[in-house]
Design a protein around this ligand. Structure first.
Ligand SMILES: Cc1ncc(COP(=O)(O)O)c(C=O)c1O
Length: 404
C-alpha cells in the first residue's frame, strides 16, 4: 500500500493569501456597493513594456517557420539570455559570474522552493523572520523543519532571525549555527535592504562557519541607495558560499509570463562535490527549459529600449511607495520600507494584532493589505502594503485611510 509524505500534513492551515481572498470575497458579497482597493498581494499591474512585447511577437513568428522554429529549449537556458545576464547583471558590476553559472528557470518561486533538494535532510535552515513563506514551507515538505508549535508559530528545527524595529529589521547572527541561510534582500515583507558592509559580514560568517547563503534578490531592481549591493557576488568570497536567485516578475512584470534564474558559481562545493553540477543534474532531470518565446522576452529586458521602459515602470511603483509612506506618516502611522523595495511595512495601531488591523482596514476603509503575522511570528503587530497598485488607486486608498 502506498503512503503519503506526511510532512505535508504538518503544514499549518490555509495559506495566507487564500485566507485573505476568502475574507475579501465575503466582504464583497455582503457589500457589493463598496469597492475594495487591493494593496495586498505582491502582483504587478503595469502591462509588459513595448520593447519586450515586440520581442515576444517576433519570437512567436519564429515558431511559425520551420527555419526559425524552436523545440525543447536547452535545459539550462539559451546562451543568448545567459550571456546577456552574465554581462549586464554581474560582470558590469564587477562580479565574476559567467554565462555557464546561470540557470534559466520559470521563476524565483520554483527555484527558491526547489533548491533545498540539494541538501541533506538534517541540515538546519535559518530564516529572517518575517519573510517570504516559501523557504520554510518547502523545507517542511522535505522534512527538515521538525515540529510546528501552534502557540509560538515556529518550527522546532528552524533557526529564526527576528527582524523588528528594535534591530531596524536587519538580521543578527543566530546563536545556533545554521547550515543554510535564506536571505531575501531587499526583503519581502519589511522592505529592508542590507548595505554592502552588512552583507559582507554575512558572507564572511557563512564562509567561516561552512554555511551556504541562499540569496533571493527578486526585488533587486527596486534598490535606490548606492551603498546597497544588487548582487551577493559584489561581496568578496560570496562565490564560495552563496547561491543567488533572481526573477523577471517584479522588474519587468513577468508574473504571468514566468521567467527567472539561479546563479550557482562553479567554485561552490561541499566535501569536494560541485553544487553547480548537482543543480545542473537536477535541472536537466526535472525541468525542460523555459519557453523560447519567454526567453526572447527576457533578452529584450536587457535591450536599451527595454531597460529604459522597465526603469519607468519601477519608478512608477516607487512613486506609489513614496506616496504610501508619506500619506501614512501624515496620519500618524509608523512606517518602514518603501525605499529599496515596493513594500511598506507599518506598525499596527496600539493594541491591534495584524489580523485585527486587516479586518479594520477592510471593513472601515475597504482597503486590503497583508497581515504581518502571515510572514512569521515576528511579523505580528505589523502590516504590509504594496506599491504595485495604480497611482490613482493608491491615492484613493490613502484618502480612505486618512478618514478613519
Ligand atoms: C522574495 C520573493 N521571491 C520570489 C518570488 C516569486 O517570484 P517569481 O514570480 O519569479 O516566481 C516572490 C514573489 O512575490 C518573492 O516575494
Amino acid at each position: 500500500m502506498y503512503r503519503i509524505n506526511t510532512n505535508y500534513q504538518k503544514l499549518p492551515g490555509s495559506y495566507l493569501f487564500s485566507t485573505i481572498a476568502r475574507k475579501i470575497a465575503a466582504f464583497t458579497e455582503a457589500n457589493p456597493d463598496r469597492p475594495v482597493i487591493r494593496l495586498g498581494i505582491g502582483d504587478v499591474t503595469q502591462p509588459i513594456a513595448p520593447a519586450i512585447i515586440e520581442a515576444m511577437h517576433k519570437a512567436v513568428d519564429d515558431m511559425a517557420d520551420a527555419s526559425t522554429f524552436h523545440g525543447y529549449a536547452p535545459d539550462l537556458g539559451y546562451e543568448f539570455l545567459r550571456s546577456v545576464i552574465a554581462q549586464q547583471d554581474y560582470q558590469s558590476r564587477g562580479c565574476s559570474i559567467h554565462a555557464d553559472e546561470i540557470f534559466i528557470s520559470d521563476g524565483a518561486k520554483s527555484d527558491s522552493g526547489n533548491i533545498q533538494e540539494l541538501f541533506s535532510a538534517d541540515c538546519r535552515i535559518a530564516v529572517t523572520d518575517p519573510v517570504y513563506p516559501v523557504y520554510v514551507d518547502s523545507n517542511v515538505m522535505a522534512g527538515r523543519c521538525g515540529e510546528y508549535d501552534q502557540e509560538t508559530q515556529t518550527w522546532s528545527r528552524v533557526i529564526y532571525m527576528p527582524c523588528t524595529r528594535e534591530n531596524t529589521f536587519v538580521p543578527e547572527f543566530p546563536k545556533e549555527t545554521p547550515d543554510l541561510i535564506y536571505l531575501c534582500i531587499p526583503n519581502n515583507p519589511t522592505g529592508t535592504a542590507l548595505t554592502r558592509a552588512q552583507l559582507q559580514e554575512w558572507v564572511d560568517y557563512a564562509n567561516k562557519n561552512g554555511a551556504l547563503i541562499i540569496y533571493d534578490a527578486a526585488y533587486e531592481a527596486y534598490i535606490s541607495q548606492p551603498d546597497v549591493p544588487h548582487s551577493v557576488y559584489e561581496c568578496s568570497g560570496a562565490q564560495t558560499c552563496a547561491i543567488e536567485i533572481r526573477s523577471f516578475s517584479k522588474n519587468a512584470g513577468f508574473t504571468g509570463v514566468r521567467l527567472g534564474f539561479t546563479v550557482v558559481p562553479k567554485e561552490l562545493s561541499c566535501g569536494g562535490v560541485s553544487l553547480h553540477d548537482m543543480w545542473a543534474r537536477r535541472h536537466g532531470t526535472k525541468f525542460n527549459g523555459a519557453p523560447y518565446i519567454v526567453q526572447r522576452a527576457g533578452e529584450a529586458v536587457y535591450s536599451p529600449e527595454g531597460k529604459e521602459q522597465i526603469k519607468k515602470q519601477v519608478a512608477y511603483y516607487m512613486k506609489n511607495a513614496s506616496a504610501i509612506k508619506q500619506g501614512l506618516k501624515e496620519n500618524g502611522y509608523t512606517v518602514f520600507g518603501g525605499v529599496n523595495a515596493p513594500y511598506i511595512w507599518l506598525k499596527t495601531p496600539e493594541g491591534m494584532t495584524s489580523w485585527e488591523f486587516f479586518d479594520f482596514l477592510l471593513e472601515r476603509a475597504n482597503v486590503v493589505g497583508t497581515p504581518g503575522s502571515g510572514f512569521g511570528p515576528s511579523g505580528e503587530g505589523y502590516f504590509r502594503l504594496t506599491a504595485f497598485g495604480s497611482y490613482e488607486n493608491t491615492l484613493a486608498a490613502l484618502e480612505r485611510i486618512a478618514k478613519l
